[in-house]
Design a binder for this molecule. Structure first.
Ligand SMILES: Cc1cc2nc3c(=O)[nH]c(=O)nc-3n(C[C@H](O)[C@H](O)[C@H](O)COP(=O)(O)O)c2cc1C
Length: 408
């Protein structure tokens, strides 16, 4: 019987390229998370088309991993579930011996996929032994978690390693010292005063890349009758690491700020849900993009849309490889005092307006009282009062109905 052909809307072109000396089938890989903590799950992900996976963070044998449940919670927004996802998970309960086995199996069964391990330790000898043991498995890359939102293992538990410039540099040096062969990426947190200083510390250590960035520490909600925070563990809770669409703008800024200032490779993670989010991460400096929450929500099959969307985008933009996207937006980022000062005014396309008056209300109570009701609920912009702030454009439910025009 003939093999069933993929419908052309899902067709993909060659998306492969090299990054960090590793061949990637496409720019999409799985981030360290529950989806990469089980051999069979990673096998299914690879068969579905993911280019690679960072196996969930592991540690040396004997490290206590004391999980509590339930660990997940949701930040729902206006009817959308998991706009932000919270977790109080820790690193994997599987120690390095299990991860060594998993890497070996995956490299044997899927030699063309990128298999990386994520590690965390407290002492120098443990960091180095994790790296040395992994090197022998044929692992393609090692990611070091310096940014678990529940804190670090070792001398300063509760605090993230990447919140200290000196500890970041010292620990990254230990890790790099332990291997000449395997590229090392340090996974950092955006919870710092100056992300560029952290990136510079990693660069000085000799490590190859940064993974930017981990989840955002968050309090996911409070039950207003019992006053129990989320997730509710018998009335008690703690701060979660928040992931998913809600954190995408924070990640974009973090990647961009590193890429503008430090010459180091970047793996983007934190809030990417579709191919166009990945394009944005790459346009500000990411070489590949890691996904977690969207996969936990919708499954490994989202890779079909990621690959197809990226293929069509590359065709449309006449780019020959996903690599062509990297850093494309950086020349357009400027400091506030370098921005053009122009006179702009709101313009409402009356043919598209549905008369909902959302722009009128927003402008009256949050703008410059420049939008009047007009006749038949079709609003008018008072050109004298309008300063062109742009609020009306963003509250309008109709795409392209309101735009900002540069005044003559
Ligand atoms: C339940 C859960 C467990 C996670 N465990 C780890 C981990 O062990 N190590 C790590 O570096 N990141 C871990 N992460 C963070 C993810 O790797 C990823 O950086 C984060 O979810 C942001 O990406 P996203 O918005 O695509 O989910 C975890 C995330 C979730 C949701």
């Amino acid at each position: 019987m003939d093999k069933i052909k993929e419908p052309s809307m899902y067709s993909t072109r060659d998306l492969s390229y090299d990054f960090l000396g590793i061949h990637f089938e496409n720019p999409f890989i799985l981030a360290a998370a529950p989806s990469t903590d089980n051999l069979d799950m990673v096998r299914r992900a690879f068969r579905a088309g993911w280019a690679g996976a960072i196996l969930k963070t592991t540690s040396v044998e004997g490290t206590k991993v004391d999980l509590c449940y339930p660990m997940m919670s949701s930040f729902d927004h206006e009817g959308r579930k998991l706009f932000g996802m919270g977790n109080i998970d820790l690193i994997s309960e599987h120690h390095i011996d299990k991860v060594e086995y998993n890497v070996r199996m995956l490299k044997k069964e899927f030699p063309h996929k990128m298999v990386a391990a994520s590690i965390m330790a407290g002492r120098k000898e443990d960091w180095q032994s994790l790296v040395e043991r992994l090197e022998k498995t044929g692992v393609d890359m090692i990611e070091c978690s310096f940014s678990c939102p529940q804190g670090n293992i070792g001398e300063d538990p509760g605090k993230m390693l990447a919140q200290s410039i000196s500890a970041t540099e010292l620990t990254a040096r230990w890790v790099k010292e332990a291997t000449k062969k395997i590229p090392i990426s340090i996974k950092i947190t955006p919870h710092v005063t100056d992300i560029v200083e952290v990136a510079r510390a990693v660069k000085r250590s000799g490590c190859d890349a940064l993974t930017a960035s981990n989840s955002i520490q968050a309090l996911m909600g409070i039950d207003i009758r019992s006053f129990a925070p989320n997730p509710n563990l018998g009335g008690k809770s703690t701060y979660s690491g928040m992931t998913g669409p809600a954190i995408k703008p924070i990640t974009l800024r973090t990647i961009a700020e590193i890429a503008r200032n430090v010459d180091i490779s970047i793996l983007g993670t934190g809030g990417a849900s579709n191919w166009s989010d990945a394009v944005e991460f790459m346009a500000v400096g990411a070489g590949v993009v890691e996904f977690c929450t969207v996969v936990m929500h919708y499954g490994f099959r989202v890779i079909t849309d990621l690959k197809s969307g990226m293929s069509h985008y590359l065709d449309e933009m006449r780019f020959s490889s996903p690599k062509d996207i990297v850093r494309k937006a950086l020349p357009n980022l400027a400091m506030h005092d370098e921005l053009p000062r122009r006179t702009v005014r709101s313009h409402i396309d009356k043919k598209l307006c549905i008369g909902c008056e959302v722009c009128y209300i927003a402008c009256q109570d949050g703008g410059h009282m420049a939008i009047d009701r007009g006749s038949n609920r079709i609003p008018d912009v008072d050109q004298e009062k309008c300063v062109g702030c742009g609020l009306c454009q963003h509250v309008c439910p109709v795409d392209s109905c309101i735009g900002m025009q540069v005044a003559a």
